[in-house]
Design a protein around this ligand. Structure first.
Ligand code: HPA
Length: 277
C-alpha cells in the first residue's frame, strides 16, 4: 500500500505532467468564493476527482477544481476545499495544499467564509487573518509515516506572514477597500454555534469563527510555505442579532463579496510575483 508521502508525491507528479512547473502562488477559494469568474485565460484544469489520491467525494454538488490561469503570471486557483465536516481526517483535509506545496507552490492565499464576532464588522466585509485559535480542530500533524522525524513540532508564532499582511493592507488601501485585521477561530462544524458558544468565543478574543483554514495553515507552516488568509464575513455569530443562520444566505453573501476579494488577492499576487523568492 502506498503511504501518505508517496500519495502526495504521486499527486504532485500528476499536476506537473498536466500543468508543467508549479506557479509561485496558489489561491484557495473557500465556501461561496469558489465560483468567482475571471477573464483570465485558463491554461489547464483538473477536477479534484481526477487527481489520483484526492479523497473521492462530492457531497456539496459543487465541482472542486484546480486551475492555472494566466494573470498574466501563472496563478493556481483552487476552487473549493475539503472540510472536516465531510467526515475526513485533518490529514485528508490538507492533501490539496500538501500536494501543491510538493509540486512547488511557495505562496498560499487562503480564503474562507466566517461569522463576525464583533458588532462593528458587517456581513460582506473582509478580514485579514492576523492569527488563529485552532484548539477545537484536530491537528493535521504528524504526517502518517513521518511522525518519527521530530519535524512535527512546528513554530506557529508568525503563521500569517507579516510582510504579506502589510502588503495586503497597503493594496486594500490603494483599492479603497475596508480591511480589518483579526483573529480567526476554527470549529469543526457543520452545525453552527449556539449563542452561548458564541459568547464564549467572543471572550476568547476571537474576531471571526469558521470551519476551515487552520489545518491547512498548520500543514503549510510545517512545510515552510508562506501563508496569507482572508475571511469574508457572511453573518454575525449566533445570538448576536435576532433571527437564525441560514446556510444559503451565508453562501449568497460570500458570493457577493468574492469579486472584491479576488481583486485584492490578484493585486497582492501581482506584487508577490514580481518579488524575488
Ligand atoms: N459559524 C461557523 N462557521 C461559519 C459561520 C458561522 O456562523 N458562517 C460562515 N462560516
Amino acid at each position: 500500500m502506498k503511504d501518505y508521502s508517496e500519495k502526495i508525491r504521486e499527486n504532485a507528479g500528476f499536476l506537473r505532467d498536466l500543468f508543467g512547473p508549479a506557479p509561485k502562488i496558489a489561491l484557495i477559494l473557500g465556501t461561496g468564493l469558489g465560483g468567482t469568474k475571471t477573464d483570465f485565460p485558463v491554461l489547464a484544469e483538473a477536477r479534484f476527482k481526477e487527481i489520483p489520491n484526492f479523497p473521492a467525494l462530492d457531497l456539496s454538488g459543487h465541482e472542486r477544481v484546480v486551475r492555472v490561469l494566466h494573470c498574466p503570471e501563472p496563478v493556481c486557483f483552487v476552487h473549493g476545499r475539503y472540510h472536516l465536516y465531510e467526515g475526513l481526517s485533518a490529514q485528508e483535509v490538507v492533501i490539496p495544499v500538501r500536494t501543491l506545496s510538493e509540486w512547488g507552490v511557495e505562496y498560499f492565499f487562503l480564503t474562507n467564509a466566517a461569522a463576525a464576532l464583533r458588532e462593528e464588522y458587517h456581513p460582506g466585509e473582509l478580514m485579514l487573518i492576523r492569527d488563529h485559535i485552532g484548539f477545537f480542530m484536530p491537528n493535521p500533524l504528524p504526517w502518517p509515516g513521518l511522525s518519527s522525524t521530530g519535524q512535527d513540532f512546528t513554530d506557529m508564532s508568525d503563521a500569517y506572514d507579516p510582510d504579506l499582511r502589510a502588503l495586503a493592507l497597503e493594496q486594500a488601501e490603494n483599492l479603497g477597500m475596508r480591511l480589518s485585521e483579526g483573529v480567526y477561530l476554527a470549529v469543526p462544524g457543520p452545525s453552527y454555534e449556539t449563542p452561548e458558544e458564541i459568547e464564549f468565543l467572543r471572550k476568547m478574543n476571537a474576531d471571526a469563527v469558521g470551519m476551515s483554514t487552520v489545518p491547512e495553515v498548520i500543514a503549510l507552516r510545517n512545510l515552510g510555505r508562506k501563508v496569507l488568509a482572508l475571511s469574508c464575513f457572511t453573518n454575525y455569530g449566533a445570538g448576536m442579532k435576532a433571527g437564525s443562520i441560514d446556510h444559503s444566505a451565508v453562501i449568497d453573501t460570500a458570493e457577493r463579496s468574492s469579486p472584491g476579494m479576488l481583486k485584492l488577492l490578484l493585486a497582492l499576487a501581482g506584487k508577490v510575483a514580481l518579488s524575488p523568492s
